[in-house]
Design a protein around this ligand. Structure first.
Ligand code: GDP
Length: 487
């Protein structure tokens, strides 16, 4: 069959069914237009309401983005130290943190918060994210200017004195829902990192009344490495809007990630070169992501390999081999429907074993299995943009797969399958099920990523609460704790 070309794609496809704005210069971000040649079209319903929200957001961002008079006006407000309800432009500034998976999740979650609250989202760009992503909004930038008056956002923490939790705890903020903006600071910091605890009161960010207070504050500065979206779903104020934007609740990241996250031309070059060199030969590509959490759930190379083999064979993802038969009659090309395995991992050890399995033995089905691994960086490297390019490229390559097997709890895996729009098989981590070779994997329940540290807080009593009792569709992560009730 002949490959489709970018020119052949209909305008509707090129803009992902209206998800993307047409107002861009194609050369500035090739991935935005060429992605349709690599990733399957989404089969998940896209609401026209979401599309209209996105177009309105783009107009707002253009009007209020950096280098506009309205932006300048809002920056001046910071110096006055109190909020005003006269401002046309209010902002949420995110400082992304941790690995690429965590950062993609937190950027997307913050963007949804911006959509819900009519704020403009700006990103405090760490140096190691330079040239990683394209600008997502036409005619403007989403990066916070370096001369922004509040500096050092990346170091803010639970105890920062301008933080919402601290101000509430010390009674230094007027939390009366009727409080006028002038009685509130012009900016606050919200700490929603994985070390956020109910006791820190940042958790009140997820309460209706507190959202009302926060809505009057011109600047919200945020640090999170989490997918806080399920937390937004439990805030009654946003329920109706979320329902209209996402009639299918598990598709939030799938759609917003496809809208927002576009690899830069540098990263896109890597993705295309790898894909076109190794992944075009067979009809089916199986993406396997192996994350060895050497600190909290270490697993030996042999066990990780066993787990992958058992999972893929038990779920009929890959064929088993005939161990006794070292030679087999050559297959005619029509019989040999080949499969390609794209294996992504920091180390090479599982790859070597899997590659050899299919090199040394024939499969019982006669299929030919090719195994490829783009890189093996050995360990997570911090503050290294070339390392980040590879991580991003590999997440995107995985997202082009037909079938996915990802490691439980990994945000790297979450981004790949949610962008792909397919539920993966989760490889259990050793800590969740020590008997992983007998229970190697299970199909994920939701397409949407999981929020690892959700609030357990009752906004009315100030006590503990299970978020699952607040709204029925918010569930416990099915890969994060091993709940035997989840089958
Ligand atoms: P998580 O820790 O699995 O939730 O995923 P993150 O992406 O947030 O952080 C892990 C980081 O380690 C990645 O961003 C990469 O920098 C690195 N890393 C982990 N696994 C891989 C891999 O398979 N390939 C590459 N290139 N980098 C990886």
């Amino acid at each position: 069959s002949t490959e489709p070309t970018a020119a052949a794609a209909t305008p509707k496809d090129r803009l992902l069914g209206g998800l993307l704005s047409p107002d861009f210069d194609e050369q500035s971000c090739l991935s935005r237009y060429q992605i349709t040649l690599y990733r399957k079209t989404s089969t998940h319903i896209l609401s026209s309401y979401l599309l209209s929200k996105l177009r309105k957001y783009e107009a707002l961002h253009k009007k209020c983005g950096p280098n506009t008079p309205l932006f300048q006006k809002s920056v001046e407000q910071i110096k006055l130290n109190h909020s005003t309800d006269q401002l046309e432009c209010n902002y949420v500034v995110l400082s992304p943190f941790d690995g690429i998976g965590n950062r993609m999740l937190s950027i997307t979650a913050t963007f949804l918060y911006a959509l819900l609250t009519d704020r403009v989202m700006l990103i405090h760009l760490p140096e190691d994210m330079d040239d990683l992503l394209c600008e997502p909004f036409p005619g403007t930038t989403w990066y916070l200017p370096s001369d922004f008056p509040i500096q050092g956002l990346e170091w803010f923490n639970t105890h920062s004195q301008n933080s919402y939790g601290y101000l509430v705890e010390k009674n230094l903020i007027n939390t009366d829902p009727k409080a006028p903006p002038s009685s509130l600071p012009s900016s606050i910091y919200v700490h929603l990192m994985n070390d956020m605890r109910e006791a820190h009161l940042h958790v009140r960010f997820f309460c209706d009344d507190d959202q009302l207070v926060i809505s009057k504050i011109n600047w919200v500065l945020l640090r999170t490495n989490q997918y806080i979206i399920p937390g937004l779903f439990i805030i009654p104020k946003y329920a109706e809007e979320l329902e209209r934007m996402f009639p299918s609740k598990e598709t939030v990241f799938h759609h917003l990630g496809r809208y927002l996250l576009h690899p830069s031309n540098t990263v896109w070059g890597m993705i295309m070169r790898y894909h076109d060199s190794y992944l075009t030969k067979s009809k089916e590509t199986i993406g396997i992501q192996i994350r060895n959490y050497s600190h909290w759930a270490p697993i030996s190379a042999e066990n990780a390999y066993e787990q992958v083999v058992r999972c893929t064979q038990q779920e009929l993802i890959l064929p088993s081999v005939n161990l006794n038969q070292s030679h087999t009659s050559p297959l005619t090309s029509t019989k040999a429907t080949s499969k390609t395995v794209l294996l992504v991992s920091l180390s090479r050890d599982v790859y070597e074993r899997l590659y050899n399995l299919y090199y040394e033995h024939p499969t019982i089905t006669g299929e030919l299995i090719s195994v490829y691994q783009p890189s093996h960086e050995e360990q997570q490297k911090f503050f290294n943009k070339f390392h980040n390019y590879k991580a991003m490229a590999e997440i995107w390559l995985l997202s082009f797969s037909d079938v996915l097997v990802t490691t439980a709890v990994s945000t790297f895996g979450y981004v790949s399958y949610s962008l792909a729009g397919i539920k993966p098989w989760y490889l259990w981590t050793a800590i969740l099920d020590r008997n992983i070779t007998n229970h190697p994997c299970r199909r994920a329940l939701s397409l949407d990523p999981c929020y690892h540290t959700p609030p357990h807080f009752n906004c009315k009593t100030g006590g503990k609460a299970d978020p699952r009792n607040i709204v029925p569709y918010v569930r416990q992560c099915d890969d994060y704790t091993h709940d035997p009730a989840i089958k």
